[in-house]
Design a protein around this ligand. Structure first.
Ligand SMILES: [Mg+2]
Length: 160
């Protein structure tokens, strides 16, 4: 049985968000919350650059948590003019890339393997701005207290 995934989103309702919300509603399994509570959230949907058309999706414990759901979501994003990409902390070894490529073989999608480097800075070096991040582990994207996390209501370093 598919384990339910709780997504977090707390920002402007862009069309990339609306497509995600629709997919969650269609799933009849997954849920969305706007309350930041690390104990109940499985995947963070974080709005970054509003004008970008890129949706960067993590691999481990994000897509792998429901491959069928994300295949459909990737299809939907592509149909509506978005450019989904895979961005993983994994090293860009042939084995790693082959595994991901194989699972998504029906999809024409770019894979960025940062080899442990923070994803936002890594993609910026490739001149890629991201509209929406989907990731189970937000510290992979940028470090504590960074603007992206603050803009998305994540203030986990707040001493209060
Ligand atoms: Mg992950």
């Amino acid at each position: 049985m598919q384990m339910p995934i709780t997504f977090y989103y707390q920002n402007t309702h862009t069309s990339a968000y609306e497509l995600l919300l629709h997919a969650i509603q269609q799933s009849a399994c997954h849920a969305l919350t706007q309350y930041y509570d690390a104990f109940t959230i499985d995947v963070y949907a974080l709005l970054d650059k509003p004008r970008s058309k890129i949706v960067a999706i993590d691999w481990d414990n994000t897509i792998t948590a429901d491959l069928v759901f994300y295949r459909q979501l990737i299809d939907t994003y592509q149909q509506y003019g978005w450019t989904p990409i895979i961005c993983t902390l994994r090293s860009p070894s042939l084995d790693n890339l082959t595994e991901i490529r194989h699972a998504l073989e029906r999809h024409d999608i770019s894979i960025y393997a940062t080899d442990g480097y923070a994803k936002q800075a890594f993609l910026k070096r490739h001149k890629i701005d991201v509209h929406l991040w989907l990731d189970d582990y937000f510290p992979a994207i940028c470090k504590e207290g960074c603007a992206l996390l603050r803009q998305n209501g994540i203030t986990y370093n707040n001493p209060h």
